[in-house]
Design a protein around this ligand. Structure first.
Ligand SMILES: [Mg+2]
Length: 266
């Protein structure tokens, strides 16, 4: 790893799995803080707020603050603030998503409105219905800007593989004929928002994640170095089969941490 000064880190499968910290996560974060290497956690999962994530991580002795975490809901709202909200304070949105996403959007000063909204904003919604699909589709056909927090088609759970935000987006796209603007990985808008948060320079940045199709691809799309850790959903066989090759592959964060330390000594 060359000249790393800024690190983008996925959370699930990298720092912890379920309720268990992954080997090396605590040591790695402590090292980054001690060495003053800037980092930011970037997750597509917006069902937990940055405060929730920080609390969960700190309970595992992984010392990450709320402002060092960006989820796809937060990134969506920051994107709106930097674009449309800069010129117009009187905007409205129809939101398909959980209470967390709805309050983020309201707190940004966007009015929630079903009939003629400026935006249709879609996140993961466990209460998604035909009625919501209909309202979203009608608003989009009338010209509302269609946005999705993240493209993940599925979501692993104890029950099995469940529909994710991407599956909801696919149904609204099928109904309306319009493709959404997507914020989350592997798209780069979330990476741009995260970059601004830590004032990162691309040539000194690396993305660390446990998924090739989201994390590694997001890093590649954004033009930074990429490291895959095998502590999450991907194994070595999948890496060898994939056309997308990470720059580095490590067993877990402990393995990566040892290598990073060595590369900074020389
Ligand atoms: Mg992950």
């Amino acid at each position: 790893m060359k000249d790393i000064k800024y690190i983008f880190i996925d959370i699930d499968g990298v720092l912890y799995r379920g309720n268990h910290p992954i080997r090396g996560a605590r040591e790695f974060i402590d090292y980054l803080i001690e060495q003053n290497i800037k980092f930011i956690c970037v997750t597509n999962n917006s069902s937990k707020s940055p405060a929730d994530y920080s609390r969960k991580l700190k309970n595992m002795n992984i010392n990450i603050q709320e402002n060092e975490i960006i989820n796809s809901g937060v990134a969506t709202v920051e994107f709106l603030k930097e674009t449309y909200l800069k010129e117009n304070y009187n905007l409205s949105a129809y939101v398909v998503g959980g209470d967390g996403l709805i309050s983020l959007i309201q707190n940004a000063g966007i009015k929630i409105e079903e009939k003629n909204p400026d935006f249709v904003i879609v996140g993961w919604d466990i209460a998604f219905t035909y009625e919501k699909m209909k309202k979203a589709s009608l608003a989009i056909q009338k010209g509302a800007i269609y946005m999705g927090t993240n493209p993940d088609l599925t979501y692993p759970s104890n029950e099995g593989i469940l529909p994710g935000c991407g599956a909801i987006l696919a149904s609204i796209t099928a109904a309306s004929g319009v493709e959404p603007i997507i914020i989350g990985k592997p798209k780069t808008l979330i990476m741009e928002i995260a970059t601004k948060r830590i004032l990162a320079k691309k040539e000194n940045s690396i993305m660390i994640g446990d998924r090739i199709d989201t994390d590694v691809l997001a890093g590649k799309n954004f033009g930074i170095q990429t490291a895959l850790v095998l502590s999450g959903v991907v194994d070595t066989l999948e890496v060898s089969k994939s056309p997308i090759k990470p720059d580095y592959v490590f067993k877990d964060l402990m393995d990566l941490y040892i290598n990073l330390k060595k590369s900074r000594k020389v």
